[in-house]
Design a protein around this ligand. Structure first.
Ligand SMILES: Nc1ncnc2c1ncn2[C@@H]1O[C@H](COP(=O)(O)OP(=O)(O)OP(=O)(O)O)[C@@H](O)[C@H]1O
Length: 298
């Protein structure tokens, strides 16, 4: 199978700071990948390496099966990155920004860039410096889309958008990905508003992937089991979290893929689904506990 983005042992160190640690990743093509992690987790670093702007300390990164070399990202593949500080010229009108996009990109799709701006009612003759933060984000997105990338990397693109625009943007990006075969990787640390943002998840913690997979599959495979005090949960699955009182135990388990959730788990036990934002927080807590244990053992 060809993955849009594949990493093997990918590591990036800035002096003694490990931004990425020995990451193995396989991310599918033609999807919206939500790259989630706390501040400093390594999201921007990963995107910069994927885009060819930054060299990894060690390891390999493949884009559509071809190695990415700094300065020549995935030879033959078009990669667009939209960094956190959206690069727009304040004195340029929106139309000027599209001319700029046309003159600085090998491939340019004016219709695609324009239809994005029209879709979001961005005034074309207004100077970028006079646009709202959300409108500036839309212009930067339109310029990135105009370059017809195979892989579009968006670093915190939703931060300046209101909740309605956020949902619309992610919906439109999913439609664009379906129409064109583009893969989108979109970073965010707004866990509470993650629902519907991506169809594939990559959760980074302290430079390491701690959870990755199809969002629907992840939601289906995780269950919260509540029952009488027990050392182990009933049924199959890896324990992600265990909490106990004198009389009751609560486990969050990740069941093997393809195993349907049972209607009744075991006598006295109940099973509940877990929302995505909660699932992410549970995995982050589990990862932090593992780090603490590893540090204590070292
Ligand atoms: N140029 C640099 N020099 C030294 N350390 C750096 C540099 N860039 C990033 N780092 C460090 O690498 C780690 C990962 O940073 P990165 O910017 O990739 O995280 P992030 O997940 O994108 O964070 P945020 O959500 O805050 O943008 C952090 O500890 C950061 O301080």
């Amino acid at each position: 199978m060809t993955f849009a983005i594949e990493a093997r042992g990918l590591t990036k160190r800035y002096g003694d700071v490990w931004a990425l640690r020995d990451c193995d990743l396989q991310l599918p093509a033609n999807r919206i990948i939500a790259l989630v992690g706390a501040n400093g987790a390594g999201k921007s670093t990963l995107m910069s390496i994927v885009s060819g702007l930054l060299r990894a300390t060690s390891g390999t990164l493949l884009l559509n099966d071809r190695p990415v070399v700094k300065g020549a990202a995935g030879t033959g593949d078009r990669v667009a990155i939209l960094a956190q500080d959206k690069p727009l010229y304040r004195d340029f009108s929106v139309t000027d920004m599209l001319h700029f996009g046309r003159s600085t990109n090998r491939v340019w799709d004016q219709r695609r860039a324009l239809s994005w701006l029209e879709r979001f009612d961005v005034p074309l003759n207004r100077r970028c410096g006079k646009l709202s933060g959300g409108q500036r984000a839309q212009v930067a997105l339109a310029v990135a889309l105009g370059s017809r990338p195979d892989v579009l990397l968006l670093d915190e693109p939703l931060a300046n958008l209101d909740p309605v625009a956020r949902t619309e943007v992610t919906g439109e990006l999913m439609a664009e990905a379906a129409d064109t075969g583009m893969t989108v990787m979109l970073s965010t640390h707004i866990v509470a508003e993650l629902s519907g943002v991506g169809d594939h998840l990559l959760l980074l913690d302290a430079g390491r992937p701690v959870l990755t997979g199809d969002v629907e599959e992840l939601l289906e495979s995780h269950l919260r089991l509540v029952g009488p005090r027990a050392d182990l949960p009933p049924g199959p699955g890896a324990i992600v979290q265990a909490q106990h009182t004198d009389r009751q135990s609560t486990f969050v388990v990740r069941r093997p893929s393809g195993v349907a959730a049972p209607a009744v788990v075991a006598p006295g036990w109940s099973a509940q689904p877990i929302a995505l934002d909660e699932l992410i927080l549970i995995h982050l807590k589990a990862a932090a506990k593992t780090h603490r244990n590893l540090e204590a053992a070292a």
